[in-house]
Design a protein around this ligand. Structure first.
Ligand code: NAD
Length: 367
């Protein structure tokens, strides 16, 4: 049987720097765990624009459709700020998400004990936190028609439309329930069924899907209460399933429970392919960090943890994903820190590649 395939799109700014460390880790799993991947690399964002005049070449798009998973670094940077909207680096990423039809965005909020002090909340509220927000990514108010700014009488009116079909709600719900089955088997669906018809439909469809997952404990919460609960007692949640708009806000709120952008991974999943694996794009939440790019200061953990998500959700290697996440936990517990994780009271930060060295040593120690 051939090896699973991975397309690496390192992108711009710190993207290639953090991805170098991920490549070392991918190599480690091949050498030490017999988990070999067919890795190919290509350009996205400004790097693709520089070579091809577009932020994603058609050939790269075609490759992304064929591989088992795509791993992306980051796109963008000041050099490209004045480009026409249609060729801005971000358009490359949006094209990938759209054409791969990645409808479920997974944003874990996990608090590593060693970093609990970084949260704006009290340590006991966040330590041990491990929640997963599943945001519907391809529909809802960001896409619904009619939309626009229109003249009405003697003033203008801005219109956006929240629109969800049953099938859109259902496919995201199935992805969320599947995740819950791999976790603590609890799912909280968030909408505003008290004031929005789309929320009523959302709740009904989630309850229908729930019948196929009798082991999962389902609850419903209005999204505004959800936001309050996230900062009051976030550990009450396991998986949260919510729409595009609420998910956008709630996932950013949850992300900050854990401290640093340099630690946050994400995954975007689509429909299963012929081999049963979902279409999948894994990427850190952070951007290209132009302020530190090229200086060897970037924290590679968010990108490394994105690869851990790939191991778990694309390749069914949950135990190896646990191993990699435990290596990150150990390195942090040992006090190894990149600059973004330094407390004000000093110490010497390690470089991006030294963080990679420490992660590889922790992986070796796990054998
Ligand atoms: P950013 O995430 O790039 O940086 C915000 C701050 O966090 C910066 O101070 C940066 O140094 C720091 N930071 C981010 N990641 C870090 C890491 N791994 N290690 C250490 N520090 C880190 O966001 P921004 O500054 O708003 O945007 C910069 C560029 O990135 C823009 O062109 C923006 O459009 C693009 N962007 C891309 C993505 C993406 O590729 N998915 C996401 C957000 C922003």
């Amino acid at each position: 049987m051939s090896n699973p395939s991975l397309l690496i799109l390192a992108g711009d700014g710190i993207g290639p720097e953090v991805m170098d460390q991920v490549q070392r880790i991918i190599g480690w799993f091949g050498d030490k765990r017999g988990l070999k991947f067919d890795v190919s690399e290509d350009l996205v964002g400004g790097a693709a624009y520089d070579k091809h005049g577009v932020p994603l070449h058609d050939d790269t798009m075609a490759k992304a459709q064929e591989v088992d998973a795509v791993l992306l670094g980051a796109v963008g940077g000041p050099k490209y700020d004045d480009l026409d909207f249609s060729v801005k680096p971000e358009r490359g990423l949006l094209r990938l998400r759209k054409e791969m039809d990645l409808f479920a965005n997974l944003r874990p909020a996990q608090c590593f004990d060693a970093l609990a002090d970084f949260s704006s909340l009290k340590t006991d509220i966040v330590s041990g936190l491990d929640i997963m927000i599943v945001r519907e990514l391809t529909s809802g108010v960001y896409f619904g028609e009619p939309r626009g700014i229109f003249e009405e009488g003697n003033e203008r009116v801005g219109i956006n439309t929240q629109r969800y079909t049953e099938s859109e709600i259902e496919r995201g719900a199935r992805a969320a329930f599947e995740l819950a089955m791999k976790r603590d088997k609890r799912l909280c669906s968030m909408e505003k069924a008290n004031v929005m018809e789309s929320g009523i439909l959302w709740r009904e469809v989630v309850n229908e899907v729930a019948k196929h997952y009798p082991e999962v404990e389902v609850s419903h919460m209005y999204a505004d209460n959800g936001a309050m609960q996230l900062v009051r007692a976030p550990k009450q949640f396991d998986v949260i399933y919510t729409d595009n708009l609420f998910g956008d806000i709630l996932s950013d709120c949850a992300a900050m429970l854990t401290g640093s952008l340099g630690m946050l991974p994400s995954a975007s999943l689509g429909a299963p392919m012929d081999n049963g694996r979902p279409k999948a794009l894994y990427e850190p939440v952070h951007g290209s960090a132009p302020d530190i790019a090229g200086e060897g200061k970037a924290n590679p953990c968010a990108c490394v943890l994105s690869f851990a998500m790939a191991l778990r959700y694309s390749f069914n290697e949950g135990a190896e994903a646990d191993r990699l996440e435990a290596a990150v936990e150990k390195v942090l517990a040992d006090g190894v820190r990149t600059g973004d994780l330094m407390q004000a009271d000093g110490g010497t930060p390690v470089s991006t590649s030294e963080m990679g060295d420490a992660l590889l040593a922790a992986l070796d120690a796990s054998l």
